[in-house]
Design a binder for this molecule. Structure first.
Ligand SMILES: NC(=O)c1ccc[n+]([C@@H]2O[C@H](COP(=O)([O-])OP(=O)(O)OC[C@H]3O[C@@H](n4cnc5c(N)ncnc54)[C@H](OP(=O)(O)O)[C@@H]3O)[C@@H](O)[C@H]2O)c1
Length: 256
């Protein structure tokens, strides 16, 4: 099958579709023939994106309201996505917030919101989506955006990082549980990406900031290849390998 046909007719739900990375990924998937359902809390934005994607790809794109912190609504959101697309082959969990670590340090209810949005809510969506795909018995794919920040707890973003680390472990366990079912689980770990999440922020190694289009192509390539865990761009695997190898006694003095 040619790359341009690789998702033809596959019914894929993007959860958090107004994110910079999700928008670029939706364009890649639509261009490859996928049928999409866009889940966002801002339905007007999602509708505008859907019209744009339909015009570009000629494939149907539907929208649904998704509220990440309303865990009780997740099952109904996915059921509607499946009904609107006439089935479900894949779910991409793309929402999240970076948050302000300084504020999180002083205000645990805010820290909890960061953790809920980056761990609890994605785990809830993935758990329902996995059950739905298992019930169908037709295989499928689950994809979630983790982060290099989840690979090592850092001074500057450990609230966000710890939630992503939890998500990585959850995905790893889910992958093991679903191994015999034909449902694949992909963990994507981007480095810093130029999206609204990072707008106006300075990063150590800010020159390594990537465009969302690059991450989107990395995600779609990993889906096509059947990868399980990918860093995007791939050089982050080397950087994180080095960072993880630094002894704790030294790392804590680096104040990264
Ligand atoms: N950008 C980076 O440097 C980077 C690096 C590594 C990993 N990631 C991960 O990649 C994913 C996408 O990041 P991004 O940079 O593309 O993000 P982004 O452009 O800032 O978008 C964040 C998304 O999360 C949604 N969201 C936030 N709170 C929500 C809530 N309570 N209910 C429903 N949706 C909610 C936003 O909806 P609204 O549009 O309505 O606000 C938006 O769609 C995230 O999981 C992020 O952690 C990003």
């Amino acid at each position: 099958m040619s790359t341009l046909q690789s998702f033809r007719g596959q019914r894929i739900c993007l959860v958090g579709s107004t994110s910079g990375i999700a928008r670029a990924t939706a364009r890649e998937l639509a261009a490859r023939g996928a049928i999409l359902h866009l889940g966002a809390r801002d339905l007007e934005e999602a509708r505008r994106d859907a019209v744009d994607l339909e015009v570009r790809s000629g494939m149907p794109v539907s929208v649904g309201c998704f509220q990440a912190l309303d865990l009780a609504s997740h099952m109904a959101f996915l059921a509607e996505a499946r009904q609107r697309m006439g089935g479900l082959d894949g779910v991409l969990v793309t929402f999240g917030i970076l948050g302000d670590q300084e504020r999180a340090r002083r205000d645990f209810s805010y820290a909890r919101q960061i953790m809920d949005l980056n761990f609890l809510a994605p785990a809830s969506v993935l758990s329902h989506a996995a059950a739905m795909l298992e019930d169908q018995g037709t295989g499928g794919i689950l994809v979630a955006l983790g982060s290099v920040a989840g690979d090592r707890g850092r001074f500057s973003n450990y609230t966000y990082g710890s939630a992503k680390a939890g998500l990585h472990a959850y995905l790893q366990g889910l992958r093991a549980r679903l191994a015999a079912t034909g449902i694949r689980v992909l963990t994507v770990k981007p480095g810093p990406v130029d999206t609204p999440m990072t707008f106006g922020m300075g990063f150590p190694g800010g020159r390594l900031m990537t465009r969302p289009e690059v991450v989107a192509r990395g995600i779609v390539r990993a889906m096509e290849r059947g990868n399980e865990v990918v860093y995007v761009p791939c050089f982050w695997s080397l950087i994180m390998g080095v960072l993880k190898a630094i002894p704790e006694a030294l790392f804590k003095r680096m104040k990264l």
